[in-house]
Design a protein around this ligand. Structure first.
Ligand code: SF4
Ligand code: ZN
Length: 290
């Protein structure tokens, strides 16, 4: 019978990977404990840390921000909510609204205000430009607001798909994006933490629903079709716990040595670059010139 493990009420969700059922009322606390375990296991936070929460408005980052807010009082760290308005028509308007609803004090940076263009104006590879813009503006803004760390809503699904696609494309390069924590390698670069590293998108969706949080259901209109998440969903259905085991395997597999970085400062904006203008300023010039 579908009885909640914690309170005994009926009508609970089934979690095959943990072999339990949890009702909507008990679920937020259960989820919170799982995330707390991840923070501790990978030493993501320390007492007194100031952590910027990168929120897109979607279910995953919203779940991350909400649970981190709750844990910040219990684990004694500070959080600030941050959002980049990417200038993608209706999608961005809805995202800003959801973020404001979640936290009226959220820091919202508009790409149009900062750089004079929105991602919607990008032709061709919008996602690669968008990734560059988000990394740059999140890091710079979080630092300006005194944060030492930046938390993102990457999930076990994202990490698994990223790993598999890289592996299969044959140009596999070890990437920091695959690990739960990426230490800042320069005073201008914040340490990145991924509190949902071991959480699946289903777990996050149930959390935002159980907590009654507003979030953007629509996919970004520029999002490319990617079948890998569906494929992994099917694997997970047949092998419960697959994604979590997969990402834990990635951490064990990693014996990466710290790379030597050739760090220079961008002559235009003063952020780090690998030589000459940084990626963001190069992109800005390219778009403005058009
Ligand atoms: Fe940016 Fe949309 Fe691509 Fe996501 S799908 S990286 S929001 S352009
Ligand atoms: Zn620059």
């Amino acid at each position: 019978m579908s009885v909640c493990r914690f309170c005994g009420k009926t009508g609970a969700f089934r979690f095959r990977s943990y072999n339990i059922r949890v009702c909507a009322e008990c679920y937020p606390e259960f989820y919170e404990k799982l995330v707390k375990k991840t923070l501790t296991k990978y030493r993501m936070v320390r007492k007194g840390d100031k952590i910027a929460l990168a929120v897109s408005g979607g279910k995953d980052s919203m779940a991350m921000a909400d649970v981190m807010k709750t844990l910040s009082t219990k684990m004694d760290f500070e959080v600030i909510t941050m959002h980049i308005d990417l200038g993608i028509s209706d999608y961005s308007r809805k995202s800003v609204k959801a973020v404001r609803e979640f936290d009226p004090d959220a820091v919202i940076v508009s790409l149009n205000d900062v750089a004079g263009f929105g991602i919607e104006n990008m032709k061709g590879k919008a996602c690669s430009a968008c990734g560059k813009v988000k990394r740059y503006l999140m890091n710079r803004t979080a630092r300006e607001y005194g944060a030492e760390k930046l938390a993102t809503g990457h999930t076990a699904d994202d990490i698994s798909v990223f790993f598999i696609k890289n592996w299969l494309s044959g140009n596999f390069q070890w990437s920091d994006k695959l690990l739960p924590v990426t230490e800042g390698f320069h005073e201008k670069i914040l340490t990145r933490i991924r509190p949902l590293y071991e959480r699946t998108e289903r777990e996050n969706a149930l959390y935002v629903l159980a907590r009654g949080l507003e979030f953007v259901i629509d996919e970004c209109p520029l999002s490319p079709i990617d079948e890998w998440k569906d494929i992994l969903y099917e694997v997970e259905r047949r092998k419960p716990g697959f994604k979590q085991n997969f990402v834990r395997g990635i951490v064990r597999f990693s014996n990466r040595k710290e790379e030597e970085w050739n760090v220079e400062l961008c002559p235009e904006c003063g952020e780090i670059s690998s030589g000459g203008l940084c990626g963001f300023c190069r992109l800005k010039r390219r778009v403005i010139k058009r």
